[in-house]
Design a protein around this ligand. Structure first.
Ligand code: IMP
Length: 174
């Protein structure tokens, strides 16, 4: 058995949608500075494209989190493995993430960052898989809603591979 990748969202569609999100963010934060907080590793490709397309001043910082438990199903507990380098008190913060799946990672991170008293906190995701949600988590900016399939590309990996694909693909057994 080998694995193939079927294109779910073509490259140009992803780039066009990121431009639309960047425009919406630029409008919302007109006259302000924004701190984009990327969640490693999956957010990196989306965050850099978004930052370059926004036309308000941005700073960037990163956090890393891993859910732990046994097997492939998440335990629902999330461990912070890398924290931010700076204080976010009084800052307009946008968390940037590749995908909201069960919602557990973003749920925990938003609660944690809200305690640090930012001026505002919004969540921006490239993809949303609502069928798999386990906790209440509504992102403020969503690139695409997708069906319950395992996807790769634009930072999303399968066994650490395929993050660099410029389109969103679905892994298929051949
Ligand atoms: P959560 O289940 O919403 O907490 O998502 C945790 C993480 O699972 C995401 O940030 C992704 O890194 C990863 N993930 C969820 N769905 C997929 C997928 O379809 N492909 C690759 N990674 C995924």
């Amino acid at each position: 058995m080998s694995l193939g990748i079927e294109v779910l969202i073509p490259e140009q569609d992803v780039r066009d949608r990121i431009q639309e999100i960047a425009d919406a963010l630029s409008e919302k934060y007109a006259g302000e500075e924004v701190l984009l907080v990327g969640i490693l590793n999956g957010s990196v490709f989306f965050l850099t494209e978004l930052a370059q397309k926004m036309n308000v001043p941005v700073e960037i910082d990163f956090m890393a989190a891993s859910s732990y438990g046994s097997g492939t199903e998440s335990s629902g507990r999330v461990l912070i493995t890398k924290d931010l380098e700076r204080s976010i008190k009084g800052a307009h913060v946008v968390i940037v993430e590749d995908i909201v799946d069960t919602g557990q990672t973003l749920h925990l991170l938003t609660e944690m960052l809200l305690e640090r008293q930012p001026a505002s906190l919004e969540v921006c995701v490239l993809l949303d898989k609502p069928a798999r949600r386990k906790v209440c988590m509504d992102a403020d900016f969503i690139g695409f809603e997708i069906p319950d399939a395992f996807v790769v590309g634009w930072g999303l990996d399968y066994d650490q591979k395929y993050r660099d694909l410029p389109y969103i693909g679905v892994i298929k057994e051949q």
